[in-house]
Design a protein around this ligand. Structure first.
Ligand code: FAD
Ligand code: MLT
Ligand code: ZN
Length: 490
């Protein structure tokens, strides 16, 4: 059974021996090393399970060693040694990635950043925070929150994902609409290259035009060029007034109309505009302890959030938007959160979708960017294909849910197909069809999740050959032995 294409192990990579373990033990404190008896260690292989399997439970490696350094100097020594000895390494943050990039494919050493989790400095005037790469996003948001600021990114995985992993994947998420890409808010990085060189570009300057902006190369490089050990990022003021509403919408065309009007009426305070369909809502209400705030079901739902500094002003703006949307019939029902708890519940309705789908079955995820007007077409298209193939007609069939949700304001759809298990007869219906379809609209086959292992063979659908060639040259320059996150991205 082929769950995914697993490339053959590259025989040039060294298999670990006891002398390699001796080196790791010399460099790292004992409690930061996990190693199984297969490589002369004493850890129970079960302890390494969580590092070998991804969040979707789809990709699985066979690493026997996990290293959890506490300092940049330790990372540097590990990488230098691995490079000299051609030992393959997979950098790992919170292991919440969705494209099989964060787990080993074979026996690569897992280099986990979880012990590097200190805030290094915070500037109260500018809101710039500098921290270790292993800081968990939610903890960082709490830290800056206590000081009147907020992280410029937020995602459902905030409780586990790390800022280094966010930068390595150039994560988007639910605040992208308001605060934009990490390419703009990350001001500096500390990166360890495979040969052990520490690139100290941990700048806290907003403006710095002294030649090539090398840090940009590492943002979104998915652990293929260097290990990010430190991040400096600018954080905006924490909004003092937040409003959230969930709307019931009769059609995808109406979702677009609602978005257009929301931007027009609430432009300067609009902070999120997310959508999901009835199939997602069904899964989320079934698996989370939530009740819909709306009286009936709708083909689509929208979550609209405003964040500002003047509650009366924002209430008035959102109130008149909702009135206009209801009067025009663009929206058929709506509920406005009355307190913090209701705000959290409404967000849970959107953020709980990935987990709810995962609880339903094996989830195939496609994360695509194409022009908004045709974005949702692919959901019906794939559902139709699966029905024609006889795989999605009754409850006895393997496919349980075909659904779409995402960041409509960013032109980013998450098409998900949930089946009883990962299986070829299902995969073959939509791969490579989804990628061909995206390419025909000049879209991106990965809007925000990255390439990882899942999409490396499909990169050509979104990038011309010449660009991929240059990516390969950049990879070869930083990592001539190819030890960093092999088999992924390229
Ligand atoms: P990991 O999963 O550990 O690693 C991801 C990649 O980055 C791997 O290739 C890894 O090798 C590399 N890497 C990690 N740390 C480092 C480092 N310090 N240096 C170099 N390379 C490193 N993504 C979005 O973009 N938007 C969303 O809205 C979103 N929502 C999500 C919701 C849920 C419930 C889940 C499970 C995932 C979601 N994701 C989302 C995907 C994922 O959370 C992000 O990609 C996140 O940024 C990954 O961070 P991480 O620390 O878990 O990294
Ligand atoms: C989201 O927006 O919820 C995330 O990107 C995760 C997913 O696509 O499932
Ligand atoms: Zn997303």
């Amino acid at each position: 059974l082929r769950l995914y294409h697993k490339p053959a192990r590259n025989a040039q990579f060294k298999k670990l021996t006891s002398s390699d373990m001796e080196f790791f033990k010399r460099v790292l404190p004992a409690e930061t090393i996990l190693a199984t008896p297969a490589v002369g260690g004493t850890s129970d292989p079960v302890e390494l399970e969580g590092f070998n399997a991804d969040w979707l439970n789809k990709y699985r490696g066979d690493s026997q060693v996990v290293l959890r350094p506490k300092t940049t100097a330790e990372v540097s020594q590990i990488l230098k040694y691995c490079n000299e000895n051609k030992i393959a390494v997979v950098p790992q943050g919170g292991n919440t990635g969705l494209v099989g990039g964060s787990v080993p494919v074979h026996d690569e050493v897992v280099l986990s950043l979880r012990n590097m989790n200190k805030v290094r400095s915070f500037d109260d005037i500018s809101g710039i925070v500098t921290c270790d790469a292993g800081c968990v996003l939610e903890e960082l948001d709490n830290y800056v929150g206590e000081r009147g600021y907020t992280m410029p990114l937020d995602l459902g995985a905030k409780g586990s994902c790390q800022i280094g992993g966010n930068v390595a994947t150039n994560a988007g998420g639910i605040r992208f609409l308001r605060y934009g890409t990490l390419h703009g808010s990350v001001l500096g990085l500390e990166v360890v290259l495979p040969d052990g060189t520490i690139l100290d570009n941990l700048s806290t300057l907003r403006k710095d035009n002294t030649g090539y902006d090398l840090k940009q190369l590492f943002i979104g490089s998915e652990g293929s060029l260097g290990v990010i050990t430190g991040v400096s990022i600018t954080t905006p003021q924490r909004p003092s007034a937040v409003n959230v509403a969930v709307l019931g919408v009769p059609s995808y065309a109406a979702v677009q109309d609602a978005f257009r009007l929301a931007r027009r009426r609430c432009g300067e305070v609009l902070s999120a505009f997310e959508f999901w369909d009835q199939s997602c809502m069904g899964a989320v209400l079934h698996h989370q302890q939530l009740k819909s705030p709306l009286a009936s079901e709708f083909p689509f739902y929208v979550l609209v959030e405003t964040s500002g500094s003047n509650k009366d002003h924002d209430d008035e703006k959102l109130g008149s938007l909702l009135e206009e949307l209801m009067e025009s019939g663009t929206v058929e029902d709506g509920a406005l959160a009355q307190d913090e708890q209701q705000i959290r519940r409404m967000w849970m309705m959107r953020e709980g979708i990935p987990e709810s789908l995962g609880k339903t079955g094996a989830t195939y995820k496609y994360d695509i960017s194409i022009p908004i007007p045709v974005l949702y077409d692919i959901v019906g298209d794939i559902a139709g294909k699966l029905k024609t193939a006889g795989l999605y007609q009754s409850s006895a069939d393997p496919v349980k849910i075909v659904c779409g949700y995402g960041h409509i304001g960013d032109g980013n759809l998450h098409l998900n197909v949930v089946a009883d298990k990962f299986q070829n007869r299902v995969t073959e219906v939509f791969e490579p069809y989804v990628y061909e379809w995206v390419a025909s609209h000049r879209g991106s086959i990965s809007a925000e999740h990255g390439v990882g292992l899942m999409k490396r063979d499909y990169l050509g659908y979104s990038k011309p050959k010449e660009m991929i060639d240059y990516m390969r040259r950049i990879k070869a320059m930083f990592d001539p032995n190819g030890i960093l996150n092999p088999y992924k991205v390229l």
